[in-house]
Design a protein around this ligand. Structure first.
Ligand code: R5P
Length: 296
């Protein structure tokens, strides 16, 4: 088994390889003077199972193309099997034609990934709202892992919050709130969210009562921060004592982190699926466990 990190996930691949006690495969990646991308695989992949790690965030078109170049090359060089680890999978939110004529980007991206000979795919807390199982999208074996237990363990280790009420800001977040609450031996609830625009949401509480409680808000993605800020307003209005926020993918659009910090939260953390100033939890053990299982 060889672990290779694409250009955006080199550091993560290094951590995964470290966990497994192997050396991560190396690449040479640069641009030709005309802007085209050059990629060269510097390790021998002949007959090997290759775990390709490449998170697709921020400049998703470029990073997706790098994945395609890398996986296709590895397969062409004789790899026996290519397993994609795409910790943040962009385009998963465009899983439906909301307006006539829109591109079904989620489907297009999955077809591209399969077209280069990817044999199996792992994602982490992939946005699954209307599409509930990744097998509805992918024609290859697919697995969606969750970083929530790792985030909850981190919160527990910090030991600042006692018996926190875990809140998911919308119905979809129930899966993550439940996982985190189980890990923290605590209770959870979710709010109801209506999206009014790319950066505007309306949130209503359901049955939870945060008065006097420490609260942990969990979500898959923080992008503009709008969702978290609205949830914080409700919780502070209810009289929550202290609020901590944890997300898997800190996409953090410009100004998002400042907005959240100013909203009155004590702390905000994320994982390294997307490198960011709040990526204090690594998903390397989660990936290493699966790579190890696939062995040679
Ligand atoms: C959407 O349903 C997701 O689970 C997140 O809640 C959303 O992507 C967060 O986006 P933003 O930070 O822009 O509100």
């Amino acid at each position: 088994m060889i672990v290779v990190g694409g250009p955006t996930s080199e550091a993560l691949a290094f951590k995964v390889a470290n966990e497994l006690g192997v050396t991560a495969g190396k690449l040479e990646v640069r641009r030709f003077p005309d802007g085209e991308k050059y990629l060269r695989v510097l390790c021998d992949v002949q007959g090997q199972t290759v775990a390709v790690i490449q998170s697709i965030h921020h400049t998703p078109d470029e990073l997706l193309f790098e994945y395609l170049l890398l996986a296709d090359t590895v397969k062409d060089l004789g790899a026996r099997k290519v397993i994609a680890f795409i910790p943040y999978f962009a385009y998963a939110r465009q899983d439906e034609r909301f307006k006539p004529g829109e591109a079904l980007s989620f489907k297009t991206v999955s077809k591209l990934i399969e077209s280069v000979g990817t044999d199996e795919i792992y994602t982490i807390d992939m946005h699954q709202h209307r599409v509930l199982k990744s097998s509805e999208i992918f024609g290859i074996p697919s697995h969606n892992l969750s970083a929530m237990p790792l985030l909850a363990d981190h919160v527990k280790k910090l030991g600042k919050f006692q018996n926190p009420l875990v809140i998911g800001p919308d119905a979809e977040a129930e899966q993550w709130a439940k996982l985190a609450a189980e890990r923290l031996h605590s209770d959870y609830d979710v709010f109801e969210k209506k999206r009014l625009g790319d950066a505007k949401v309306e949130i209503r509480p359901r049955r939870s009562e945060a008065r006097g409680r420490d609260v942990l808000i969990v979500d898959d993605i923080i992008s503009t921060g709008g969702t978290i800020v609205e949830a914080v307003k409700i919780l502070l209005g209810q009289g929550a004592k202290r609020i901590q926020v944890a997300c898997t993918h800190p996409i953090l659009a410009p100004g998002a982190l400042e907005k959240i910090r100013e909203s009155g939260v004590e702390d905000v953390i994320g994982t390294d699926t997307v490198p960011s100033p709040i990526s204090v939890v690594t998903v390397a053990p989660l990936i290493a466990e699966q790579v190890g299982r696939n062995g040679n």
